[in-house]
Design a protein around this ligand. Structure first.
Ligand code: HSE
Length: 340
């Protein structure tokens, strides 16, 4: 029985909780995976700790009203660090908000969890991009697992594909569409919509980061490029060494011209092995329509892995969304379950 504590219980955390509730039987019967959610702490919605396990349906109902602290019989009023310390959980689901500049407060949550030997599953890009090497070493020294599939392409298996299925290949380059909001904007501009109207729609659909710059200036894609470089290629690239340009300089005219030339603008994140290191970049590129990345429209993401044994492998799938990102955490939980 895996004991889970959630740090943060927004859209993604609730997405995982809903999946765990709906698939409880299948997870037990098909994978031998059994769980109990022993604690939740969300800085807006409240906290609850119950050693015998929280009822997930009740928890979701209270979370919907920002009233987790009203959970009957639970210990409440615990912040994230107190929850990690007192919950008795063996796996921390860290899904608090992401800060790509400092990584906090999630960085402190990660360290507290790993130092006490707890496994982490997370979708939190900030601390994963900024402190990957240190966190990975800490996890190893404590024999804990640190898994972060959902930081890149939500539940679409980008990192697990590289780690598990492409093992044995040398991965020479990874390039792709790593940000749904900008792809949605560019696709809509091609259909004649203005940049502003398309951004507004992406915000309403819930893809966009809290600060639009994070998407449109390429910071979100940059975090993903850094995570891919460190975790898949083993090269510790600093975010200031990534060449970064967003999509704000692309006009409707540019989009029309590209279309007339049989091309499409895409915001491409790229990491290429070069001279013992890597060259990493994020920037708009005119992609030829014959490239698999050209046909990926809307908020969908895609990655092409350039490998030595298999040639080019492209995956296309969701890069955001409640269930899609919730699933990434389930994939990580099942992987921990397999190997522990
Ligand atoms: N804002 C991000 C995107 C969410 O648009 O892709 C997923 O990381």
């Amino acid at each position: 029985m895996h004991k889970l504590a959630f740090i943060g219980f927004g859209v993604v955390g609730q997405g995982l909780a809903e999946i765990l509730l709906e698939k409880k039987k299948e997870l037990r019967n098909e994978y031998g995976f059994e769980y109990s959610i022993v604690a939740v702490s969300d800085f807006k919605k409240g906290s609850a700790l119950l050693a015998e396990g929280l009822d997930v349906a009740k928890l979701l109902e209270l979370a919907g009203k920002d009233e987790i602290s009203d959970y009957p019989g639970a210990e409440t009023g615990l912040d994230a660090l107190q929850t990690i310390e007192k919950s008795g959980a063996d796996i921390i689901v860290e899904v608090s908000y992401t800060d790509i500049e400092t990584g906090e407060p999630a960085y402190s949550h990660f360290k507290a969890a790993l130092e006490s030997g707890k496994h982490i599953v997370t979708t939190n890009k900030g601390p994963t991009a900024l402190f990957f090497t240190e966190l990975q070493e800490l996890a190893r020294s404590k024999k804990a697992h640190f898994r972060f599939e959902g930081t890149v392409l939500a539940g679409t298996p980008a990192l697990n594909l590289a780690e598990l299925c492409l093992a044995g290949n040398e991965i020479r380059e990874i390039r792709g569409i790593m940000n749904g909001t900008t792809n949605f904007i560019l696709t809509n501009m091609e259909q004649g919509k203005s940049y502003e109207a398309a951004l507004k729609e992406a915000q309403e659909l819930g893809y966009a980061e809290a600060k639009p710059d994070a998407d449109v200036e390429g910071w979100d894609a940059l975090a993903k490029v850094v995570i891919l470089s460190k975790s898949v290629m083993g090269v510790d690239v600093d975010k200031k060494d990534v060449d970064r340009t967003g999509i704000t300089g692309i006009t409707l005219d540019d989009v029309k011209k590209a279309k007339a030339d049989g091309k499409r603008w895409k915001l491409i994140g790229r990491v290429v092995k070069e001279g013992g290191g890597v060259k990493a970049s994020v920037g708009p590129e005119m992609v030829d329509l014959t490239d698999p990345l050209a046909s990926v429209g809307g908020a969908t993401n895609a990655l092409t892995f350039v490998t030595d044994l298999l040639g080019e492998v492209t995956i296309v799938g969701a890069g955001a969304g409640k269930v899609e990102t919730g699933f990434s955490l389930l994939a990580d939980l099942l992987q921990i379950h397999r190997v522990t």
